[in-house]
Design a protein around this ligand. Structure first.
Ligand code: ATP
Length: 341
């Protein structure tokens, strides 16, 4: 089986960290005999400059013919790239895990949570307009989207510690978040083994700092999920370590949570781990979606390579190390190649 992967290097630190991820995938391919056909495509500020469009048709066509996409962060044109792709490919789940990692300072030990963020609705539909002296943004929440994200969250919880927290602000946003919470509760009836609790988004923001280790699966709407996942990433150790997945019925896109970080672009200090752990999520998705056991083993190898490098204090500057992006990428790629199960 050959997997066709579209690769978007993106802007800022994107190309530097994407190169590391591609090298890791080459090692996976060699070590596990999985055939990847990787095709580089342009999107983001760089494409806007070259083609006048942040998401050119040629890029979209390549992505449409792929099994999966990996994407570095893009700069100012992020809205025209990732938000558009989530809607175009109906990537309705945004999975953002946050976990304690070896040798990394986190607020608490034993953090192991995942934010399941609804990815297609809410204020991020971009439905904004001027109304005289005012400006209006429309927040759309549907029963269909709320139920399907809830179902994903409960299924995920069944494979984990069987706890779901629905995060909302239904005391203020009575109609929109009211519909979201009711939909989650309706789905919860199909998952009697899973314990469901509720938190207002402000309380959740506080508890993520106070007792992050108590959370298992958090399910929430688009904007709350975006904000809380940056917080969770920082609580667990920093944005440079936080991977994410955008998942639809038959297609998925993997990218780090962080942005293009223009402040450090080009100086070789970008942490490639968020991007490499996104590859691990990709391999897990392939193993589930294509029923390919080899991909599951490969995902374990990627995780072990990352954990071993951190244990050996191979770290970038923002997490207290001195190593450069490329060095870390090479060490992880070679560790995958030498993985012993
Ligand atoms: P966006 O709005 O697209 O999320 P941003 O500029 O608000 O972008 P980031 O680009 O994510 O935020 O960067 C926030 C801070 O985190 C910056 O100081 C940046 O240097 C740092 N940072 C982000 N990613 C990494 C990384 N992979 N390695 C090291 N530092 C990083």
């Amino acid at each position: 089986m050959t997997y066709k992967i579209s690769v978007i290097p993106g802007d800022g630190i994107g190309p530097e960290i994407t190169e590391c991820a591609v090298n890791s995938l080459k090692s996976v391919s060699e070590r596990f005999k999985i055939d990847f056909k990787m095709i580089e495509v342009k999107a983001g500020d760089i494409a806007l400059k070259e083609f006048g469009k942040a998401l050119p048709d040629s890029t979209l066509n390549q992505i449409k013919s792929s099994d999966v996409c990996i994407k570095g962060p893009v700069g100012e044109s992020a809205m025209e790239v990732i938000v558009k792709m989530r809607q175009l490919f109906d990537l309705y789940v945004n999975l953002r895990p946050a976990m304690s990692l070896p040798n990394i300072d986190s607020l608490k030990e034993n953090i192991d949570l995942v934010i399941v963020r609804e990815n297609t609705e809410d204020l991020y539909r971009g439905l904004e307009f001027n109304a005289g002296e005012s400006a209006v943004a429309l927040r759309t929440i549907s029963k269909k989207a709320s139920k399907r994200i809830a179902e994903y969250a409960f299924k995920m919880a069944m494979k984990r510690r069987k706890k779901v927290t629905v995060v909302h602000k239904a005391n203020v946003l009575k109609i929109t978040d009211g519909l979201f919470v009711e939909s989650v509760k309706e789905i919860s009836k199909q998952f009697k083994e899973v314990e469901l609790s509720e938190l207002y988004v402000d309380a959740c923001a506080m508890n993520l700092i106070r007792n992050p280790e108590d959370f298992d699966v958090i399910v929430t709407t688009n904007m709350f999920g975006d904000i809380l996942s940056d917080e969770a990433a920082q609580v667990a150790g920093g944005l440079g370590l936080a991977p994410s997945a955008n998942i639809g019925e038959n297609f998925a896109l993997f990218e780090p949570v962080h942005g293009a970080a223009p402040d450090i672009a080009g100086n070789g200090t970008a942490n490639p781990i968020a991007m490499i752990l996104s590859i691990k999520l990709m391999l897990e998705w392939l193993s589930n979606n294509k029923k390919d056991e080899k991909c599951l083993n490969a995902a374990k190898a990627v995780e072990k390579a990352v954990y071993d490098s951190l244990k050996n204090n191979i770290k970038t500057k923002e997490i207290g190390g001195t190593k450069k992006t490329k060095e870390i990428g090479n060490i992880i790629a070679s560790s995958i190649l030498n993985y012993k199960s």
